[in-house]
Design a protein around this ligand. Structure first.
Ligand SMILES: NC(=O)c1ccc[n+]([C@@H]2O[C@H](COP(=O)([O-])OP(=O)(O)OC[C@H]3O[C@@H](n4cnc5c(N)ncnc54)[C@H](OP(=O)(O)O)[C@@H]3O)[C@@H](O)[C@H]2O)c1
Length: 252
């Protein structure tokens, strides 16, 4: 039975940084399966290490999820790490976005993450680690980013509950909440208008490599929630104290 790690969203940004961080760590399994839609990016990544295995799949479809789970079953693999980093957002008022954008975000950020995790549980055991990438956008409702922030609240609640369900199995679940990180995320969220973060957010942009290393450390410690960076921790605390209604009145 081969030990593997599965990293979704590995063709770019945070997922790609996790590949590097995991490969350079002592507890990296023999093979790291990198999952995303862009085959050329995954093939390029695979050239950097013979431990990387590209798995091309569109996780927003049941067929895409099945590509990953069927391969795990066929190879009778043992999943030591599942890192769910594939995710997306679409900025703008709900009324101004096509309804497909709304369902695409929920399908990838919530459905794919939950179904893939569930379908891979039979291939995990004591010491396996699930890392889900949430966001500090989850801590408060966000007008003009409503579906995204709600989808990330789902990720936190799903992760907390699953961690509890798995408490006697030795399988850990860590939800990672970063603030802004410089990746392709914002360009896609603004339909290519800008890759930069605007307003106060631009002062709090985190480095993807530092984020992934710190997240692996938090997962190894069995942390259920990991909020990355001092400013984001302060925001998390504030979100526990300030009522959402007041927060919305002040900022929007
Ligand atoms: N960047 C930020 O500011 C930030 C902040 C907080 C949280 N996050 C979260 O961090 C995670 C990673 O985002 P990122 O910043 O690294 O963004 P990114 O650079 O845009 O990467 C997103 C990844 O998801 C993959 N993906 C998108 N749709 C997919 C689909 N249908 N099926 C399979 N893979 C798909 C993309 O690959 P393909 O296009 O090749 O499929 C890409 O590898 C997301 O969950 C995001 O919500 C990001």
């Amino acid at each position: 039975m081969a030990d593997i790690a599965i990293i979704t969203g590995a063709s770019s940004g945070i997922g790609r940084s996790f590949v590097k961080a995991l490969l350079s760590s002592e507890d990296c399994p023999g093979k790291v399966w990198v999952v995303a839609r862009r085959a050329d990016r995954l093939e390029e990544l695979a050239k950097s290490s013979d431990r990387i295995v590209p798995v091309v799949a569109d996780l927003s479809t049941p067929e895409g999820i099945n590509i990953v789970t069927a391969k795990v079953k066929d190879e009778n693999a043992s999943v030591r790490y599942l890192i769910n980093s594939a995710g997306m957002g679409k900025r703008g008022r709900i009324a101004d976005r096509p309804s497909k954008d709304i369902s695409d975000v929920i399908l990838l950020n919530c459905t794919a993450l939950s179904v893939l995790t569930r379908d891979l549980l039979p291939y995990m055991s004591q010491g396996s680690r699930i890392i889900n990438i949430g966001s500090t956008a989850a801590f408060m409702p966000q007008p003009d980013f409503a579906v995204y922030s709600a989808s990330k609240s789902y990720v936190i609640f799903f992760g907390r509950a699953l961690a509890r369900e798995l408490k006697n199995t030795g399988i850990t679940v860590t939800t990672v909440c970063p603030g802004p990180v410089n990746t392709e995320f914002n360009s896609l969220a603004t339909d290519g208008a800008t890759s930069e973060f605007k307003g106060f957010r631009k002062f709090f942009v985190a480095d993807a490599d530092k984020l992934s290393k710190a997240s692996l450390k938090a997962a190894r410690r069995g942390r259920t929630l990991y909020v990355h960076g001092f400013s984001q921790k302060a925001f998390h605390l504030a979100s526990k104290i300030i009522p959402a209604g007041l927060f919305l009145k002040i900022l929007y």
